[in-house]
Design a protein around this ligand. Structure first.
Ligand SMILES: [Zn+2]
Length: 472
């Protein structure tokens, strides 16, 4: 018996026949209203290989490009229809939900036809994958409203850069992943959201309040999700155990074989920061996205100093030039997060003669300093707020060393890629992403980074391997 879950309620303006029915197996259907989103007539200059001459046309070109990139990496005999719309999403001057997406349906126990494969019994699958495996056009079933006969829904923030929504920012419509510092690469965001729709999601299993499953069926993810504390896969857990595992930071991992196989070719060696004198147990710092990485061998070794900078909001934020004579040359400078961009802090320390920089977080949790500055020639690392406070507490500068460990990879535990499992739970982000500690950043992390591309397989990314693990 086929089981299905109703599509997630969406306020769609209208669902017309595909506006873009192309030979590719992934079709993007524009459901924006007149004058907005894909239909925005505002003139635009061609940018980054995107020849569109209006904002709407450029947006559609980005979506087609992403669809083509995904199509080139996947096999399915069934057309995948992606409904897309621009709409206002949660936003503030400093943060925004860029997009949201998911499978429009989940199915279980669909009988294969035309030489297709069986699905795992009593298991929820995202519809595009269920159709690929069974070779059945499931959404064509007469019991499904033609207005809901599509595989993936996607939403993108229409307000970016407008008014108080990520002030001074906005979408970049180029196709070359070469966005300027104050623009968000729409192509990377679309690639990410399409990834969710294809199956990078824990599915209908409840992770926010209970760990429960519709009809008691697990999702296809659950056989590949492992909790290293209990040693159990999600498929074998009780509801309460799943609920706890979704918050088990660093110990909820993806145990699918395809992902595990490509970790050594995709992720960097594990980075450790150790206190030599006084002794501080090794911690895993967050490498910056700019400046050189920590070199192999000795790595970065030196005394940590935290002299006052030139003033401003805080003398410990490193946002102003350090005064002449500050005891910085040859040392590692410790500054706090906040007030200015990470690369400004590192540049000020570099100009004063530092050999490296530690940036202490100003909230709980790890810190991975982002940004771009090609003039920075010294390495920098994010550390926790607590470690920053500890390093400042010593009467004489502590000696520390950051070095690479070839026996493990960054963002892994026990050789498995971590899933994003913060505590407290983050609705919309927890579980259905890789963890933020993976380095280099991968497409399916919860926060966008500036270095993403449209490459979804190793040695660039783990996403395709994850999709292969569930049957793609
Ligand atoms: Zn996401």
């Amino acid at each position: 018996m086929t089981s299905r879950l109703a599509p997630i309620a969406l306020a769609l303006f209208a669902v017309a026949a595909p506006a873009v029915a192309q030979p590719a197996r992934i079709a993007v259907v524009n459901v924006d209203g007149p004058g907005v989103g894909f239909n925005d007539p505002t003139p635009a200059d061609p940018v980054g290989g995107n020849p569109g001459t209006t904002r709407g046309q450029q947006a559609l070109n980005v979506f087609q490009h992403a669809a083509n990139r995904w199509a080139a990496n996947l096999q399915s005999k069934q057309l995948i229809i992606i409904v897309a719309t621009f709409t206002p999403l949660t936003c503030s001057p400093t943060g925004a939900v860029l997009g949201a997406a998911g499978p429009n349906w989940y199915f279980a126990n669909v009988d294969p036809a035309n030489g297709g494969q069986s699905m795992e019994a009593d298991t929820w699958y995202p519809v595009a994958l269920a159709e690929k495996l069974t070779r059945v056009d499931i959404t064509a079933d007469p019991s499904i409203d033609p207005a809901d006969a599509f595989e993936i829904f996607t939403l993108f923030n229409s307000q970016l850069g407008i008014g108080t929504c990520l002030t001074g920012n906005g979408w970049y419509f180029g196709l070359d992943n070469n966005q300027p510092a104050n623009r968000i690469d729409l192509l990377a965001v679309v690639m990410h959201e399409f990834g969710h729709g294809l199956g990078v999601t824990v599915g209908p299993t409840n992770t926010s309040t209970s760990g429960a499953r519709p009809l008691g069926f697990p999702s296809v993810w659950e056989g590949r999700m492992l909790d290293l504390t209990s040693g159990k896969r999600w498929i074998d857990m009780t509801n309460a155990e799943r609920f706890a595992s979704a918050r088990n930071t660093n110990n909820l991992v993806w145990a699918g074989q395809q992902v595990t196989n490509v970790i050594p070719s995709t992720l960097e060696f594990q980075l450790w920061l150790t206190g030599i004198s006084p002794a501080i147990a090794p911690v895993q710092p967050g490498p910056s996205s700019f400046g050189p990485p920590i070199a192999r061998g000795v790595g970065l070794k030196g005394y940590v100093v935290s002299p006052a900078d030139g003033g401003g909001t805080s003398p410990q934020d490193g946002c102003e030039a350090f005064p002449a004579g500050a005891p910085i040359p040859g040392n590692i400078v410790l500054v706090n997060r906040g007030t200015c961009t990470f690369n400004v802090k590192v540049k000020n320390a570099q100009d004063a003669g530092a050999i490296g920089v530690l940036i202490a977080n100003n909230v709980a949790g790890p810190l991975f300093p982002g940004g771009t500055d090609l003039t920075i020639t010294i390495p920098s690392l994010g550390i926790t707020q607590a470690l920053g406070t500890q390093l400042r507490s010593y009467a004489t500068p502590p000696l520390v060393q950051a070095s690479l460990d070839s026996s493990s990879r960054q963002g892994t535990t026990a050789g498995f890629a971590r899933l994003f499992a913060p505590n407290p739970f983050q609705s919309g982000s927890s579980v259905s992403h890789f963890d933020v500690t993976l380095t280099p950043s991968v497409l399916m992390e919860p926060n966008i980074t500036s270095d993403l591309t449209t490459k979804v397989k190793n040695p660039f990314d783990l996403t395709l391997a994850l999709l292969r693990d569930i049957g793609w």
